[in-house]
Design a protein around this ligand. Structure first.
Ligand SMILES: [Cu+2]
Length: 443
């Protein structure tokens, strides 16, 4: 995103100056051949949760929701990706131990090309997304805890930022059922979520990176763009913008936000997950058939994939080892969100990429951790390798044509997707005990 000028700065120098400083500060990290990580600066508080596997208590997020579901994970803060969640596990009330879901979950890039072809930003890797972690006030983490993050390569005067919120929220009905057959009772439950988020500033924009862990096992990841429109780009005179001030003078240049997420599944503790694609074909009635029919087919994704969402298509990641109490293989379904696929670059041409794990492949594009000969972007990593440890890359695009309401401040615009449990538990993980026998053909 375009750089926000510091007060009194010379227009046009802001971005350059700040970017150069960031590059200098990053050199040590790059020389070490790895992105640096850091965690909380504060000493372990007395009330710290027990440590999750793989991290100390200070790096642990553990939340038992009032509906009985516990989420556990480790967190760290990467010098480019910002918040990284690791070793994420889910334990609904009926399970006696945590069920591991993800080895790691992180942003994989935010690519922002402008419609006039004059700007193309890579906000995670080329801007100071991670360094510009915003301090949160208690009011924007209602009922929650704001953790202190030691920001790698950050402003040495303010290395510690109170910038990681963990809190809980109600999401409305988890279910509702009126049992007219037997008890006459109405069963209903209000769903509860754990939310984990940071706000990172990039130029005029602020991105809210939100991870939502629901009590029903769903994980939703979304990026919300807010802050301000870039006023340096109120200059579209070529029909590639929208007038946002009085009359028709200030045209804000249209642009896209293409956000990538990288998910490394570790279902039931194993990285050797299987990926499946399902497609259904619906046919009009023929012959003696009374109604239209639908046929669903499964395709095993055994080699790396560049895939596209479409109606009647979905994917799931299946556990290699774990089964639920009904004997069904545990899996997580990938649930795409609304997207505008950007055809301008090879790496944005597909909605999903499934690549064989390679520890240097951390950003969908502008990935500096690999050797120089390594292919440069996620689309090129899809080259026919067999999948033994699949990594999921989701690409969600938004074409931002500004509107008058975008100032001021700009209302949050969300983009993202979710992953939902499919056969992780044998029944609804929130089933009340009175209904626990109603599994299968129970009548
Ligand atoms: Cu925008």
């Amino acid at each position: 995103m375009p750089e926000k000028h510091l007060t009194g700065a010379v227009p046009g120098l802001g971005r350059t100056a700040r970017k150069s400083a960031a590059v200098a500060l990053s050199l040590a990290a790059l020389a070490a051949g790895a992105t640096t990580v850091a965690g909380p600066a504060a000493a372990r508080p007395r009330t710290a949760p027990a440590a999750a596997p793989g991290c100390s208590a200070a790096y642990t997020i553990e939340q038992k929701l009032t509906t009985g579901t516990t989420w556990r994970m480790c967190w760290r803060y990467d010098s480019k990706a910002g918040l990284v969640l690791q070793n994420v596990s889910y334990q609904p009330k009926g399970e006696n131990k945590p069920i591991k879901v993800l080895n790691s979950a992180r942003l994989g890039q935010i690519h922002v090309p402008y419609d006039d072809g004059k700007h193309e930003w890579y906000d995670l890797t080329d801007q100071t997304f991670a360094q510009d972690l915003m301090e949160l006030s208690p009011g924007e983490c209602p009922g929650g805890t704001i953790k202190t993050v030691k920001v790698p390569d950050g402003d040495p005067r303010h290395p510690n930022v109170k910038g990681l919120c963990t809190t809980t929220r109600s999401r409305g009905h988890a279910y509702r059922m009126h049992d007219s057959l037997q008890s006459g009772r109405t069963y209903q439950q209000q769903g509860k979520d754990l939310l984990v988020y940071t706000v990172n500033q990039v130029g005029w924009y602020e991105y809210i990176s939100e991870w939502r862990f629901q009590d029903d096992g769903t994980i939703a990841m979304n990026v919300g763009a807010t802050g301000s429109l870039s006023w340096e780009d109120y200059n579209a005179q070529d029909g590639r913008g929208w007038p946002i001030g009085k009359g028709a003078r200030d045209y804000s240049t249209s642009h896209s936000h293409n956000v990538f997420w990288r998910l490394d599944f570790g279902l039931d503790g194993s990285s050797r997950t299987k990926v499946e694609q399902y497609d259904s074909t619906v046919s009009a009635p023929s012959g003696s058939q009374e109604g239209p029919t639908a046929k669903t087919t499964r395709t095993k994704v055994t080699k790396e994939l560049a895939g596209d969402s479409k109606a009647y298509r979905w994917w799931r990641v299946v556990s290699a080892t774990g089964k639920n109490k009904d004997g069904h293989a545990r899996s997580y379904e990938l649930v795409p969100g609304p997207t505008t696929r950007y055809p301008g670059r090879d790496f944005t041409r597909h909605d999903i990429y499934v690549t064989e794990y390679d520890k240097c492949e951390l950003f969908a594009v502008k990935n500096s951790a690999c050797d120089t000969g390594h292919p440069k972007s996620v689309d090129k990593w899809v080259n026919g390798q067999n999948l033994t440890h699949p990594v999921i890359w989701m690409n969600v695009g938004f074409h931002h044509i500004a509107r008058d309401e975008d100032q001021q401040p700009m209302p949050v615009h969300w983009q993202g997707f979710s992953i939902a449990p499919r056969d992780v538990t044998a029944m609804n993980p929130l089933t009340p005990k009175e209904l626990a026998w109603q599994n299968g053909h129970w009548e």
